[in-house]
Design a protein around this ligand. Sequence first.
Ligand SMILES: Cc1cc2nc3c(=O)[nH]c(=O)nc-3n(C[C@H](O)[C@H](O)[C@H](O)COP(=O)(O)OP(=O)(O)OC[C@H]3O[C@@H](n4cnc5c(N)ncnc54)[C@H](O)[C@@H]3O)c2cc1C
Length: 353
Amino acid sequence: MEDVIIIGAGLSGLSTAYQLKKAGIHFKILEAQNRLGGRIQTIRGKQNTHMEMGATWFSKEHVHLTKLLSELNIGYFEQFTEGIALFETMSFEPPQQYFVPANSHSAYRIKGGSISIIDELNNLIGKENIVLNTEVIGIVEEDHKIKISDSLNNHFFCNYLIIALPPKLAINTLEFTPKLPPGLKEVMMKTQTWMSGSIKFSVEYKKPFWKDNGFSGSVYSQSGLATEIYDHCNFENSKFALKGFLNVSANHYTQKERKEKVIAQLIRYFGQEVENFESYNDKIWNDKYIQPKEDTFLPPHFNNGHSIYEDSYMNGKLLFTGTETSKTFSGYMEAAVIASNVVAKRILKLMAH
Ligand SMILES: Cc1cc2nc3c(=O)[nH]c(=O)nc-3n(C[C@H](O)[C@H](O)[C@H](O)COP(=O)(O)OP(=O)(O)OC[C@H]3O[C@@H](n4cnc5c(N)ncnc54)[C@H](O)[C@@H]3O)c2cc1C
């Protein structure tokens, strides 16, 4: 029996656990996948280049995230944007060129990759408190406790449960007994999950030839499969890559087809050197850990930060966190940290009574 169980080891679940650990509360995190981080996923290429398949950038306004980074002793650096940027409106016309000066301070990236924050939280929380490969399917309120069941029929018990999943995913995949209030269910069904369905790609190189030729690596295209492209070299400028987003229609192609189309598009901008890539990767964010099977379209950020997530349920034993529950910066890493600070404070208050 745990004081607290947290479902989901994304940034929200892990930073909630970190707050609880500091307060000396016993908890366990249950995570469906065999990795931590959820929508933060940094992979490594052939040259060991860190490449972000998920969350990458933040701004100086994201003060809760930057505070957590400094508390964890993790540095950050400015996104490289200096040089010729390209804007392509039509595939049959050369892209427009414009020059971006140094130090535009538009966005920042985490040193060592966004995964650094996940790795450090993991170290501080303690591996023994995290249970991987545990896909929760059922939540039952029993007398004075909550029973949680996973897909392998394991059971876990706690006094307080925190759900750190996108609400729309939670209501579609978890069975609640007794059922959640209809008003809550309705809002959860209609809370948009940020970046669900989006597609990111990265191409790794031995040399940053685009920079050597005066290009920043930034491209905005209204006609290519890759809609946004950015330089993705590391802080030390010793590992080199380009990274960006694909149009969601790219999920109709095989990965081989996507790779061929992206490489052909990059050749149009940066020349034949593009062909000598070390590795190509992409990820479609539509798996069962982010998107329910029957998904319906909702406008971006729809119902994010709804006040219904400020309440507790199952007689005060069930609480919600996660980036979609925050009123400010919802969808972003900043909101995941804000939401985890809020829920941890609420749990401490409840436990003090
Ligand atoms: C492609 C992409 C690009 C992004 N870019 C940026 C960016 O540049 N800047 C930014 O600030 N944010 C960005 N984001 C958003 C950012 O990733 C999220 O705000 C943040 O990571 C959300 O954290 P979370 O813990 O709330 O949710 P999640 O990361 O979604 O965590 C939920 C966790 O629950 C687990 N889970 C799901 N179902 C179950 C179950 N049944 N049982 C147990 N566990 C389960 C999942 O595996 C996951 O680990 C991006 C996201 C994506 C996908």
